[in-house]
Write a protein that binds this ligand. Sequence first.
Ligand SMILES: Nc1nc2c(ncn2[C@@H]2O[C@H](COP(=O)(O)OP(=O)(O)OP(=O)(O)O)[C@@H](O)[C@H]2O)c(=O)[nH]1
Ligand SMILES: [Mg+2]
Length: 142
Amino acid sequence: MNEVVHTSPTIGSNVEEIVVNNTRFLMWDIGGQESLRSSWNTYYTNTEFVIVVVDSTDRERISVTKEELYKMLAHEDLKKAGLLIFANKQDVKECMTVAEISQFLKLTSIKDHQWHIQACCALTGEGLCQGLEWMMSRLKIR
Ligand SMILES: Nc1nc2c(ncn2[C@@H]2O[C@H](COP(=O)(O)OP(=O)(O)OP(=O)(O)O)[C@@H](O)[C@H]2O)c(=O)[nH]1
Ligand SMILES: [Mg+2]
């Protein structure tokens, strides 16, 4: 969001505070590499939302995303957490659509978490505000 786009893999985590309409979001960006996944659960305590950024161009790894997604949602500490999925890289021709990703991840089968999927492009920031707005709308009804 009006900031330089970083392109190196995240090792460990970065934390960022974002304020939108008087709502303060504390966001932890966690590296997705396989070797880092076993430490994801150390971030779950007090997490209100999980944001999963899907590479919409990667048809091969979407099944790994699905596996990791359901493993994460089953964790005790994320019982009450909402789920925001960003279908990223929508600027790339031939990328998977939101509908394709939803279907593949079987999002409609998720009944025990609030969820939303949003098309986006991290390079331009398109779709990011809509994702944040969804989180804000969920905060109001709780
Ligand atoms: N075309 C396009 N490329 C993108 C977009 N978002 C990210 N990328 C590229 O994808 C690559 C990986 O981006 P990262 O931000 O490092 O990905 P990451 O998911 O944070 O990776 P980890 O930190 O390892 O979990 C970089 O080369 C980015 O420039 C997008 O919306 N469109
Ligand atoms: Mg990263």
